[in-house]
Design a protein around this ligand. Structure first.
Ligand code: FE2
Ligand code: FE2
Length: 161
């Protein structure tokens, strides 16, 4: 595997962990506002991102590379609403998808069948991530500021576990 490919995979490994960091910060808002179900969902999301980073780590090691953890940017900390958070989460997942697709393009250019196969799981996963965050945005837009609606959604998101 080329050094270029390994570095691109390493960058994505770091970006997956950073994604989790963003979700952890979003969970703080939900917890402070007493939306424990939304916080639960976001914490689970952060765990998933950690698992994604670990998948990249294992693959890099399997391919003879040495995973390198980099400094992370401070995630945005000020949010005004759950809707703002989930819109940002959706936008973030779209950004992740585009990064995964670029990795797929690079694998093709490098004719690297192993990374192509490895990345396929992430291509599918990203579609799910976009769908699930967009679904929550739609529901939040529907309930708007109805306390009843927000609490029903909160109870629903508390079931993720
Ligand atoms: Fe991810
Ligand atoms: Fe994600």
């Amino acid at each position: 595997m080329s050094e270029k490919m390994l570095q691109a995979l390493n960058e994505q490994m770091n970006f997956e962990l950073y994604s989790g960091y963003i979700y952890l910060q979003m969970a703080s808002y939900a917890d402070v506002e007493d939306y424990d179900g939304f916080a639960n969902w976001l914490i689970h999301q952060a765990h998933e991102e950690y698992e994604h980073a670990m998948k990249f780590r294992t693959f890099i090691l399997d391919m003879g590379g040495e995973p390198e953890w980099k400094a992370m940017e401070k995630p945005k900390a000020k949010y005004e609403s759950l809707l703002e958070i989930f819109k940002a989460a959706y936008d973030h997942e779209v950004e992740v998808s585009s990064r995964i697709h670029k990795l797929v393009d690079l694998s093709r250019e490098e004719d690297c069948k192993r990374s192509l196969s490895f990345l396929q799981w992430f291509v599918d996963e990203q579609l799910e991530e976009e769908v699930s965050t967009q679904e929550i945005v739609t529901k939040l837009e529907r309930v708007q500021n109805s306390v009843q609606g927000l609490y029903m959604l909160n109870a629903q998101l508390n079931q993720r576990g």
